[in-house]
Design a protein around this ligand. Structure first.
Ligand code: NAP
Length: 253
């Protein structure tokens, strides 16, 4: 296993993402929202994909008022979006921006914390769709755009429960699929492209999702999304060219 301390301790230069075009899914809340602000402050144009348009509009106005590169709002419900709609999105990005340098696949839902024996199949499908299947579909739709970047970076979001934690049902399985997807994309592309695929495992982080998973926990004991941003930034910079197929834990035990 590789040592990722230098990535966790990475201190970005002020303009390390200047001129990069980065799409963030689930940009409206939690870790995705903080990643959006972080990337924008480091010079990137952020394409904010999310389900609740109002949340994206607030962030848009905020980024505009800071005088940073104008972001874009891409409303999309990843549970319902078709592959045709994702291809339309890719065509729109091609038309408006000409290329894509990075994707942070961050959107996710928790589903139920229940034994598989009792797990509601509809919830199972929803979780797999949002957390995994849509990630595959969107990556495929954006593939040629990412290939046209000199240093394209795809960052998936995993979890500590990807090692398959009992009672975490579809969520644990969806994150296991994400890590598998990252490995397969890496193996299939590593010899003929600079495009890189990696996973980040944020670890316990102070967001709404964590509150739902651990309602009895004091959120103040957890790191904030701002405190775990180093790997999120590093993987989008040119310093990470050649870093492929890694699962980077923001908070190793
Ligand atoms: P969060 O606060 O619940 O935010 C989730 C984001 O995903 C929201 O912006 C939400 O948009 C978006 N989203 C949910 N369903 C969507 C859909 N159908 N279509 C489009 N966007 C959708 O969660 P978080 O804690 O920041 O989690 C971010 C990622 O980190 C997730 O992949 C999660 O599994 C992973 N993670 C988190 C922790 C943790 O401790 N927080 C630990 C390990 C892994 P709306 O607000 O519009 O619904």
């Amino acid at each position: 296993m590789q040592n990722h301390d230098h990535i966790r301790n990475y201190t970005p230069k002020a303009d390390c993402l200047k001129d990069k075009i980065i799409l963030v899914t689930g940009a409206g809340d939690g870790i995705g929202k903080v990643a959006t602000y972080t990337y924008a402050k480091l010079g990137a144009t952020v394409l904010m994909l999310g389900k609740t348009q109002e949340k994206l509009e607030v962030i848009y106005d905020d980024i505009e008022s800071m005088g940073l590169a104008t972001p874009a709002i891409l409303p999309m419900d990843l549970e319902k979006a078709t592959f045709a709609q994702m291809n339309e999105l890719a065509n729109l990005i091609q038309k408006e921006f000409g290329r894509l340098d990075g994707v942070l696949h961050n959107a996710g839902i928790l589903g139920a914390l229940t034994p598989l024996e009792m797990y509601d199949p509809i919830t199972f499908e929803q979780v797999m769709r949002v957390n995994s299947t849509s990630v595959f579909m969107l990556t495929q739709a954006l593939f040629s755009l990412l290939m046209s970047s000199p240093s394209g970076s795809v960052v998936f979001t995993s979890s500590g429960v990807a090692k398959v934690r009992p009672f975490w049902g579809a969520y644990a399985l969806s994150k296991q699929m994400i890590e598998g997807m990252c490995t397969i994309f890496t193996e299939e592309t590593k010899n003929h492209t600079t495009l890189r695929f990696n996973c980040i495992n944020p670890g316990a982080t102070r967001t709404n999702m964590r509150v739902h998973a651990f309602p009895g926990e004091n959120p103040q004991t957890l790191k904030t999304p701002e405190e775990i941003m180093s790997p999120y930034v590093y993987l989008m910079t040119d310093e990470a060219v050649g870093v492929k197929g890694q699962v980077i834990a923001c908070q190793p035990k």
